[in-house]
Design a protein around this ligand. Structure first.
Ligand SMILES: Cc1ncc(COP(=O)(O)O)c(C=O)c1O
Length: 378
């Protein structure tokens, strides 16, 4: 077994290209707020990377969701169907606009919103759907868009974790009326805190840009026809993002190699399951994720995670299902929500370290630990 005695982090941002130079350039230019050449450049390049006509930078992925819901005119009393196996921001944003998130189960074949379960969750108050591309895997967007269209609902794609993923050849970010992204420090492309909205509808884009900038009329300074928000992203952050996007191929290729190595090393260990890949999906290599079947593996996910921690490997459990968390539990119970696929995945899933500084030996070490721990339980 390879002996590694340093901490292996779950995630480390890779800022080794022009990130520092461009950030310094933005600072020296004195354009450090939300106007400046890097904002324009980032938005232009990111629109291309997400297969959309327009990209709007915002201060984080949660604000992107919030703006998307405001643009869809969501109101108190409305219901929005969301998966429960996602980061809490997806459901929090629904609450920010006074609406109620209704949870539907995910599919075991994608770990994303199950279109059949989505249809069963629709009520007369449902106005729309947020489909999440979980852990980099796109949701089954044709099926979801089709069901939504039949029922007169809009769809938002939460692609926070799925930069450059593809669905039937089409890019994440172009798979719904509006898509949202996060550039938080652990994401494939990052500037620490940041987000974007991508879309193809110029009218909606103008409305979102207006809402993002305190509601100011784009043609009349200091005239505010609507109540807006300050959700802009600054030029220094966009400088960092511009450098990240220059390296998109490099960053994605390095992460794919890590995914490949994990898969090769962990294949065949009884009780270890992998993130499924639908035949129409090209997932983004965000966080390598496995499931632990405790009956077969000999111990549960949390015990494995603790063992890895003791051996200097940081891991992360899957998201706790949102419908079981205090802000949503009461309402979910009243609706009688039963989400067995979500519950089973949340209990058994674990994200392993995934970043571009991992060496082959790091991955061999992590996989050896998992194999040896399993064997010690026999
Ligand atoms: C699925 C999902 N949606 C939304 C967000 C929110 O993004 P941010 O943290 O940039 O606000 C995240 C993650 O960070 C996420 O993973």
């Amino acid at each position: 077994m390879v002996e590694i005695k340093r901490q292996i982090a779950l995630s480390i941002p890779d800022l080794k290209g022009n990130e520092e130079a461009y950030a310094v350039d933005a600072i020296r230019s004195t354009w450090i707020s939300s106007t400046g050449r890097y904002v324009r450049e980032f938005e232009k390049v990111f629109a291309g990377i997400s297969g959309s006509k327009d990209a709007i930078s915002v201060c984080n992925g949660t604000a992107a969701l919030h703006l998307a819901l405001l643009a869809m005119n969501v109101r108190p009393g409305d219901e929005v169907i969301v998966p429960s196996l996602t980061y809490i921001a997806t459901a929090n944003a629904v609450r920010y606009v006074g609406a109620e998130p209704v949870f539907a189960d995910v599919s075991s074949e994608t770990w994303c919103l199950n279109p059949e379960m989505l249809e069963l969750a629709i009520t007369r108050n449902t106005k729309g759907v947020i489909a999440v591309d979980l852990y980099g895997h796109p949701a089954d967007m044709d099926a979801i868009n089709h069901i939504a269209a039949i029922h007169g609902l809009w769809v938002i794609e939460d692609a926070a974790e799925a930069h450059t993923a593809r669905y039937k050849g089409r890019l994440a970010g172009s798979l719904a009326k509006i898509s949202t992204f996060s550039f938080y420090g652990n994401k494939i492309f990052t500037c620490g805190e940041g987000g974007a909205i991508t879309l193809n509808d110029p009218e909606l884009a103008l409305r979102i840009r207006t809402l993002r900038g305190q509601g100011m009329d784009p043609n009349r300074q200091y005239y505010f026809p609507i109540t807006g928000y300050n959700f802009r992203l600054n030029n220094v952050s966009c400088a960092i993002l511009s450098a990240q996007l220059e390296r998109a191929d490099e960053l994605i290729t390095k992460r794919h190699r890590i995914f490949y190595l994990y898969r090769e090393q962990l294949e065949g260990i009884p009780g270890v399951g992998f993130q499924p890949v639908a035949d129409w999906a090209e997932p983004a290599p965000w966080l390598f994720s496995i499931t632990i079947n405790s009956a077969v593996f000999g111990c549960n996910r949390d015990q494995l995670s603790e063992y890895l921690r003791q051996n200097f490997v940081e891991t992360r459990p899957f998201f706790i299902p949102l419908h079981t968390l205090p802000p949503f539990r009461k309402e979910s119970t009243a609706r009688g929500e039963y989400l067995p696929v979500t519950d089973a995945l949340a209990e058994s899933g674990i994200n392993l370290p995934t970043h571009t500084f991992l060496t082959k030996d790091d991955i061999y070490y992590i996989c050896d630990l998992i194999r040896d721990y399993r064997n010690s339980k026999l």
